[in-house]
Design a protein around this ligand. Structure first.
Ligand code: ADP
Ligand code: MG
Length: 383
């Protein structure tokens, strides 16, 4: 009679999965794809979208460089931007409104993804957008003031009226305070970090330097974001992509682990394997660490349970009887229970890796943002 039945073996995996799932859920880390969570243990490159992921994604206009009367520039620009949902657009419309400038009606509006917007306003052709748009329109900027603003990390968008550069508007966004810690932690864990952004080279360089991020890819168009992820994978990295926007969706899908920040768009959330509900980039190193711990616990349990059974089954079956070694059914049963208990206790120790509650501080500001999620989908241009 074989009494050393592999009870513990059957528990080794599901017990750990159950505990790690409850831990991640409590922390606001939703795992949509368990296989991706498993890959997280091998992640050695993390690619962050900049705007809305590492930064707050709340822009405010800080200065206007104008080559035509400023009021005219703001009127034309705000009129086009009024039709755009982009956070940059909303900031510009709000700024113009604060200056008492009312947008006028327009025709032929179109959005150019990752570049900007276009419309006819008052019979003029108006383009508003970033460096990629200037490239497309073959317009060069050599304004010292603009370069200076960009090297300070400001996002600068340009207005092109009837083919001529009419002005530039600088906006600033704030780096989330949690981003500093997230990047630092990842580096300590030996993970390489990257910034991926549609913004200008200077702005990306500034943000990378500020945060201590290893490398950046700037002026990346939405469809190229996925290509950059592929490139890193080809170089042999196991890549996690962290993003919030529609633009990030293909990159999230292409990464080994796609992580969406909770306040992002539905499209980003749909494309991700893991969702950080608390909107905190510090949860990225937590995901990697928890994955590492979860899977090492599984291996430990398997060796405990497996090891016990390998040693206990033969004597229980009387194979070693000629050497005088027989595991009596009673002792076998005791050992069997013991190995199950060890597996159960070992699984529970996973809980001690959970960051303490006080480390999970969310400011009221962020809480507000989490609640505001649906506001992303609304169009509220006027205040
Ligand atoms: P990110 O990759 O940083 O999240 P996006 O891909 O949304 O940014 O946009 C990339 C760049 O395209 C912006 O930094 C900006 O220069 C330009 N852009 C996009 N939409 C607009 C808009 N509505 N108005 C002005 N500029 C825009
Ligand atoms: Mg973004």
């Amino acid at each position: 009679m074989v009494i050393a039945c592999p009870h513990a073996l059957g528990l080794a995996i599901p017990l750990v999965v159950a505990i790690s799932t409850s831990m991640t859920a409590k922390r606001g880390i939703l795992i949509r794809d368990r296989r991706a969570f498993e890959s997280a243990k091998d992640v050695n490159a993390v690619v962050f979208d900049k705007t809305g992921t590492l930064t707050e994604g709340k822009f405010g206009v800080t200065s206007v460089v104008s080559y035509i009367p400023e009021e005219k520039l703001l009127m034309l620009t705000a009129s086009v931007e009024k039709n755009s949902e982009h956070i940059i657009a909303r900031a510009i419309v709000e700024y113009a409104a604060s200056k008492g400038i009312r947008p006028t009606s327009l025709a032929e509006f179109k959005a150019i993804p990752g570049k900007g917007v276009y419309a006819r306003v008052d019979g003029r052709e108006v383009y508003v957008g970033g460096p990629a748009l200037l490239e497309e329109l073959n317009i060069e900027i050599n304004d010292e003031e603009v370069l200076k603003l960009q090297s300070q990390g400001k996002t600068v968008v340009f207005s092109i009226v009837d083919g001529k550069l009419a002005g530039a508007i600088a906006l600033s966004d704030i780096i989330r305070s949690e981003s500093y810690e997230a990047v630092k932690k990842l580096r300590e864990m030996g993970v390489r970090t990257y910034i991926l952004t549609g913004d200008a080279e200077e702005v990306a360089r500034w943000a990378a330097k500020e945060l201590g991020v290893d490398e950046y890819f700037a002026q990346v168009l939405p469809h190229e974001k996925a290509e950059k992820v592929q490139l890193l994978k080809k170089q042999g990295f196991t890549v996690a992509m962290v993003g919030d926007g529609i633009n990030d969706a293909p990159a999230l899908v292409n990464a080994d682990v796609g992580i969406a920040i909770g306040a992002g768009t539905d499209v980003a959330i749909e494309s991700a394997d893991i969702i950080l509900v608390k909107n905190d980039p510090r949860d990225v190193p937590v995901v990697i660490e928890l994955s590492r711990k979860t899977y090492s616990k599984m291996y430990q349990n398997l060796s405990w349970a497996g090891g016990y059974n390998i040693f206990a089954i033969p004597p229980a079956a009387g194979i070693l009887a000629t050497y005088g070694l027989v595991l009596s059914p009673a002792i076998g049963a005791l050992f069997m229970s013991l190995s199950t208990v060890i597996v159960a206790i070992n699984s529970q120790t996973l809980r001690k890796y959970m960051p303490k509650a006080e480390e999970i501080t969310i400011t009221t500001e962020e809480e507000k943002k989490v609640e505001e999620v649906p506001a992303h989908a609304h169009h509220h241009y006027n205040h």
